[in-house]
Structure formats: structure tokens, C-alpha cells
Design a protein around this ligand. Structure first.
Ligand code: PLP
Length: 399
């Protein structure tokens, strides 16, 4: 790998680690020197069925050899099948729109809310409340919906009508007659893994229903069994009006979806996406969903999630001076650190030790392993992480 060439030709939007992965098998990756890594991040919650899955590879190759793409001017069979899968697994009475990423799914959700606000009632309603520290994407409107306002620097002017509540408790006081929607992540994946309180979310959902304000749940990171349920909304016992999905759905192939109970909101031409829902991405999503659904039905998914959860708790409890608390649910968890400076050190040393792990916000170590990770891979990952932490503690004790 020519790192210099890479840097000469690719814009530096990411602070990249110098490693060149060449193959993977489930939650294990190898670089071009043959070094092995345990993947506790799954490409930020994307590789839900791990790396190198042979069934997914075969189905993608088979589909690619027949047909990859036609425009959405035609019926695309696997797209229809994927929508049916998603609606059935969600248990909600909804329809789907397909796009290619999480940010695009959120753009779609915002357009649905805005059109609903334009058509319903005597007065135009357009305001959308989101939470401080939320993350909804990088396109201009999804970025404005993102409550991490430092990310807005340089990119204005933005579309109007986004208000940030400091937490879920503040949302009701911000609702007014021009509010059309509240948009939340149930676990703030990029915002320190802040996990919303179930009862408070249920109370908010009830209040919004009474006031005919839409509830949009951004499940781009929490969706597709990450929390042990197909959707985190299921774990919270709520029925959103709009749900967005992406990341884990295609097993690594880009895909995004907006699901909504407002089945008649869009007319022809209101929204679209050239690539959205093509043969390749929806075939990948269908295969991923079948694999994960079978895995969930077999009971093995729960067994592994409990095993991972337990291993994480044991690991965290060994280092009370480094970790304050555990946040998140099942395969989407974080460890809050006492000292922000330790975080970069732990992430960078872990990769040297052969574990891929990422940050969330400024003070949280984030765990998003492939859902199919094995017990052996979990043990190996935590034993390497223990080595990293033991060394960190002994180095700090010497200073
Ligand atoms: N929403 C949430 C909750 C996310 O975590 C992300 C990405 O991390 C996005 C939206 C944006 O997704 P994408 O990077 O696919 O556009």
C-alpha cells in the first residue's frame, strides 16, 4: 500500500490509522503483513454479519452477474422484497423509500415531515426538534439537524427550523404550533452513547401523538438487531411515525431506508434517488436480513449478545480508575472514561495490540462488534484489551 499516494489523492477528512486490511473472516481481519485483528467496531456498525461472509458474497456475485442496476422507472423485484422484509420485521404498518446512506435516509425523513407539515392543518408547520449531541449525517440539512453544533462551522447558511433540546426532558417546553416533528436517536452513537430513558421516551411518544407531532427515530446505528431487538424502537416499546435505517442493513453494501406510516405522503417526483434500492444493494440487504433473522430465531444471537455484555462488564469492572460507567445496550455499548486523554491512547494502542475499537464523542470508548462475532473472538478481543489497559495503568502509576 502506497500511503503517500493515498494522501496525495484523497481529501483528508479522516484521521486514518496506517493499516492495510486485505481479508476478513467474521470478526477477524488480517492486514498485508499477516497481522490479525479482532474487530470490535464492524466498520461503525456496518458489518452486521462480519467480514468475508460466503453466503452474502455468493448472492451478491450471482446478482451482479445477472443485473446490477436499472432506474427506479421500473419495478425492481429485490427492492419490493426488501421493503416487505423490513415492514414485516418491524411489525409497523409502514412503507419504505430506498436510498444509499444514513444521511440521505434522514433527508428523506425530514422531507416527509416537512410535506406533512405543509399539508396538514391550517397553518404551515416546519420546526423539527432534535437533541444536543445528536448526529444525523453530513449533508447540509442532516448536518443542521445534528445537535453537535461545532460540526456546523463553515458550512452555513443552513435550512431553517431546527431547534436543539438539551435533553429529552426539555423537548415538551420547545414544542409550539409550528413544530412538525421531533427527531431522536435512542442511543446517541456519535454523541457519547447517551442512552435515552425508556419511560421518558414513552411519555414523549404519547405527548407527541396527542399533539399530532411526528416522532422520527433515527435508527441508522441502533437498527438491525444492534440492541438485541430488530429495532431499538422495539426495545423502547414505541411506534414511531418515521424510522431511518442504513449501516447494518446491507452487510457492507451501501443502502439507506426511510420507513413511514404516512404511506401516501409522496407523489411521483416528490423524492427520488438514482441508485436507491437497486438490485445489488437490496439483494445484499435481503441476504443480510435472512441470515440475521435465522440467527435471532435460533437463540444464538441472544446467547452471543449476553456473552458479549457479560465480558464487557467484567472487563470494565477490572479498571474502575479508567472507566466510570457502561452506557448503551447489548452490541452497541460504550465505556465512559474518567480522563478524555486516555481515550486516544487506548484506541491507538489497541490497534497495535490487534483490536479495532472506536471513540464516541470525547469521552466514550465504543463497542459495535459484528452481531455474529464468536465467543472465541470476544475472549481474544477482551484479553488483548486487558493487556492494553494493564500497560496503560502501570505506565501512569510510574509517572
Ligand atoms: N444517523 C446516525 C445515528 C448515524 O450514526 C450516522 C452515521 O454515523 C448517520 C445518521 C449518517 O449515516 P451515513 O454516514 O451513512 O450518511
Amino acid at each position: 500500500m502506497n500511503y503517500e499516494d493515498f494522501e496525495n489523492y484523497v481529501l483528508p477528512t479522516y484521521e486514518r490509522q496506517k493499516v492495510n486490511f486485505v481479508k476478513g473472516n467474521n470478526a477477524t481481519l488480517w492486514d498485508d503483513t499477516g497481522k490479525e485483528y479482532i474487530d470490535f467496531s464492524a466498520g461503525v456498525a456496518v458489518c452486521s454479519i462480519g467480514h468475508g461472509n460466503k453466503i452474502l458474497a455468493k448472492d451478491i456475485a450471482h446478482q451482479a452477474s445477472k443485473i446490477i442496476h436499472v432506474s427506479n422507472n421500473y419495478y425492481i423485484e429485490p427492492q419490493g422484497e426488501c421493503a416487505k422484509h423490513l415492514v414485516k420485521l418491524s411489525g409497523y404498518d409502514m412503507k419504505c423509500f430506498f436510498c444509499n446512506s444514513g444521511t440521505e435516509a434522514n433527508e428523506g425523513a425530514i422531507k416527509i415531515a416537512r410535506k406533512h407539515g405543509e399539508l396538514k392543518g391550517d397553518q404551515k408547520r416546519y420546526k423539527i426538534i432534535t437533541l444536543v449531541n445528536s448526529f444525523h449525517g453530513r449533508t447540509i440539512t442532516a448536518l443542521k439537524a445534528t445537535g453537535q453544533t461545532e460540526k456546523h462551522n463553515y458550512f452555513g447558511p443552513f435550512p431553517e427550523g431546527f431547534i436543539y433540546a438539551k435533553d429529552i426532558d426539555e423537548v415538551p417546553s420547545l414544542l409550539d404550533e409550528s413544530t412538525i416533528a421531533v427527531m431522536i436517536e435512542l442511543i446517541q452513537g456519535e454523541g457519547g452513547m447517551e442512552t435515552l430513558n425508556k419511560k421518558k421516551v414513552q411519555n414523549l411518544a404519547e405527548l407527541l401523538k396527542k399533539r399530532e407531532i411526528l416522532l422520527i427515530v433515527d435508527e441508522v446505528q441502533t437498527g438491525i438487531y444492534r440492541t438485541g431487538h430488530f429495532l431499538a424502537s422495539h426495545a423502547y416499546g414505541i411506534t414511531p411515525d418515521i424510522i431511518t435505517l442504513a449501516k447494518g442493513l446491507g452487510g457492507g453494501i451501501p443502502i439507506g431506508v426511510v420507513m413511514t406510516r404516512l404511506k401516501n405522503i409522496f407523489s411521483f417526483g416528490d423524492h427520488g434517488s438514482t441508485f436507491g434500492g437497486n438490485y445489488l444493494s437490496t439483494t445484499a440487504a435481503n441476504t443480510t436480513l435472512v441470515i440475521l433473522n435465522r440467527y435471532a430465531q435460533s437463540g444464538l444471537m441472544k446467547e452471543i449478545q449476553d456473552y458479549f455484555d457479560n465480558s464487557l462488564q467484567i472487563f470494565a469492572s477490572k479498571y474502575p480508575t479508567v472507566f466510570i460507567k457502561c452506557v448503551g445496550i447489548k452490541m452497541m455499548q460504550g465505556l465512559r472514561v474518567t480522563d478524555e486523554k486516555s481515550l486516544t491512547h487506548i484506541v491507538n494502542t489497541s490497534i497495535k495490540m490487534g483490536v479495532l475499537i472506536i471513540k464516541s464523542g470525547k469521552n466514550t470508548l465504543r463497542f459495535l462488534p459484528p452481531l455474529t462475532i464468536t465467543k472465541e473472538e470476544i475472549d481474544k478481543g477482551f484479553s488483548r484489551l486487558s493487556f492494553v489497559l494493564d500497560e496503560y495503568i502501570s505506565e501512569n502509576a510510574c509517572q
